[in-house]
Every structure is written in C-alpha cells, then in structure tokens.
Design a protein around this ligand. Structure first.
Ligand code: 13P
Length: 254
C-alpha cells in the first residue's frame, strides 16, 4: 500500500498573495508531521502553482494541479499542458472532478484523454468518480461509478498501481456539509477496488490509493481514515484554512 494521501483541492480559491499567506501558516504547522507514514498534497489554482512550487520545493509537501490537457503543447486555448505542470514540480493532477463534469460538461471521453496524456507524461492522475443524489436514490451508484472508472481509464493499459489515484466523491456530499457515512464510503471504495482488480489484477488494485472526498472535516476524518479501503482524502472547503487542513492531515493512522 502507498502512503495515505491527504490532498487539498483549493478549487477556484486563493490567488498568489493568499497562497503565500496560507503556506506561511501551514508549513510551520507541518513540522511535526511524520511524512514517512503519510503524504500531503495541495492543488492550488493554476495561476498560483508557480508561487506554490517555489514555496514548497524544500518541503515535503507535494503539489497537484486541478486539470490538464492531454497534449504537450499547441492550439488549445485556455488549457494547461502536463509538460508545463511538470516543469513546476507538480506530481498529481486531479481529473474528472464532478465540477468539471457537471458545470463544464466534461465527458468521460474527454476525461479519458486527459488521464492518458497526464499519465504518459509521468504525472499521477487523480481520477474523480461519484454519483449524484438522484443516481444514489435510483439505486444506480455502483453502475455509475463503474462506468466512470472504466471509461476514464480506458486509454490506460498496464500500470503498477502507484501511478494512479482514484477519488470517490459522491456529488451530494461535495460542499454540502453532508458526508457519506464511513460505511457508505467504505462500501463504494471496496467496490472500486474490486473493479480495479478486474481491470489490472489484484496486486495492482491493492496499491492504488482510493481517496474519499465530500465534506471532509477535522470532526469526521478519524472515522473515515480507519476504513480499510479509504487510503486518504480529497478535501475542498476545509483545506482552505491552514489550521483545519492541518487538523485533518495529522490524524492518527494505525
Ligand atoms: P468539500 O470538501 O468542500 O465538500 O469538497 C470536496 C471536493 O470536491 C474535493 O475535491
């Protein structure tokens, strides 16, 4: 198993000045964190990646981006290439986030291309999957998640597991204050592991980290992280304040 990953997705929050302010407070807090048994990643908006990269380069904090194009360069107005991200020391790229899917209409087809491009550039895709409230109420959560997984990963053949992260983010739990219960999350995580096992073999599936995302807070991290198939978290709102993100990152891991 890889180290549990505590990831902050800042979404469209914090420009350059606020990014500096965050790290000024956050880095000293992480001094006592044991980075041997966990990894912390922060994904700022593109415009703040460069300054974040300078700030974290001598620390143990990993950097993530919130999207990426598949191509190395060219006529793709408004997009950022994986090569550009690599130049800044970015390690992870969040792809297929529900906000990309639902607000900006990104399809499985498009997401699969992004996943492939990012993967081939040596960055680690963090592929997000998750059902809407309507889909959960219809009882089709597993079908939706399986389809998003298979479609999103269809361009990727063999992998060794460490090169991929999946984030399960039920859409109804994002930014709503409603967290999936630990058993609801574990049920889907273990299903995701099973599908990955069918796709890549059990040994690979066992080392792919599956993160939970959706209203993760200092108050619920403990009960989530102890679940056998929850290998970390993807945190939105609570990653914006250095203190609350630190409270989440320092949770005891058995
Ligand atoms: P919240 O933690 O604000 O619910 O956001 C979750 C999320 O979408 C992380 O990618």
């Amino acid at each position: 198993m890889g180290k549990p990953l505590f990831a902050g997705n800042w979404k469209m929050n914090k420009g350059v000045a606020e990014t500096r302010e965050f790290f000024e407070k956050f880095l000293p807090l992480t001094k006592d964190i044991d980075f041997e048994n966990r990894e912390i990643m922060i994904a700022p908006p593109f415009i703040s990646l460069s300054v974040a990269s300078e700030i974290v380069k001598d620390s143990k904090i990993s950097l993530g981006a919130q999207n990426a194009c598949w191509a190395k360069k060219g006529a793709f107005t408004g997009e950022i290439s994986p090569v550009m991200l690599k130049e800044l020391g970015v390690k992870y790229v969040i792809l297929g986030h529900s906000e990309r899917r639902h607000i900006f209409g990104e399809s499985n087809e498009l997401i699969a291309k992004r996943v492939k491009g990012v993967y081939e550039e040596g960055l680690i895709p963090v592929l997000c999957v998750g059902e809407t409230l309507e889909e959960r109420e219809k009882g089709i959560t597993f079908e939706v998640v399986e389809n998003q997984l298979k479609e999103g990963l269809k361009e990727i053949g063999n992998l060794d597991g460490a090169e991929l992260v999946i984030a399960y983010e039920p859409v109804w739990a994002i930014g709503t204050g409603k967290t999936a219960t630990p058993s609801q999350a574990e049920e889907v995580h273990s299903f995701i592991r099973q599908i990955l096992g069918e796709m890549y073999g059990k040994n690979v599936a066992d080392v792919i980290r599956i993160l939970y995302g959706g209203s993760v807070k200092p108050g619920n991290i403990k009960e989530l992280i102890v679940q056998p198939n929850i290998d970390g978290v993807l945190v939105g709102g609570a990653s914006l304040e250095p203190e609350s993100f630190f409270e989440i990152c320092k949770v005891e891991i058995s």
